[in-house]
Write a protein that binds this ligand. Sequence first.
Ligand code: ZN
Length: 232
Amino acid sequence: MAGRPVLVVAAHPDDEILGCGGTAARLVQENREVYFAILGEGITSRHENREAADPERSSLLHRHARAAAATVGVKDVFLYKLPDNRLDTVPLLQVVKMVEDVIEKLKPETIYTHHPGDLNVDHGVIHRAVLTATRPTAGQSVHEIYAFEVPSSTDWAFGSLQPVFRPNVFVDVAATLEAKIAAMACYQTEMREFPHPRSPEALRAVAARWGSVVGCHAAEAFELVRSVRPRR
Ligand SMILES: [Zn+2]
């Protein structure tokens, strides 16, 4: 049984790979249908210049996002252009509606999304929007929600933003870690040199660290937000 679709809901292009690229690639190998939804344009905050987003850069990032998605083998990627680093100025209802529309289309069983304690405000907004869009009422297709970490944004909260990321679900990604690194390489403008957290060396180190916690060579770490086991 292949299981129903898995949806990854991210704020910015590259968060989906940083957060769960190895797990997404593994799920694809296990014949699950995986989809990415990336709600923000992801331009200004990462590039000192915070002026209005350049549409050319935005479409370049979207091209990178499609290439990254293809690298891990996801079925499709839904790209939106909410304003970067200002999602808290967009009515939450608008963000919720976007997530609801994707859920309506795909009827996913599992969602991977941001942790609310990240330094980047957009990540918290996306987390909240997912929780709102997936209220566990009768007929809700989403039964499991996991929060991922985003190397840099999760670490740079230094535990001073609540809640703190407390991973309790670990996925062995030893076989797909290099697919994650290759997918990140598609984001030519977002990758950095070591020791930046968005460098291949740092991503391998994070995976090795979580792997060592749970007895495997490489792992991605998640915090279970909610799990409901309905009657089949
Ligand atoms: Zn982000």
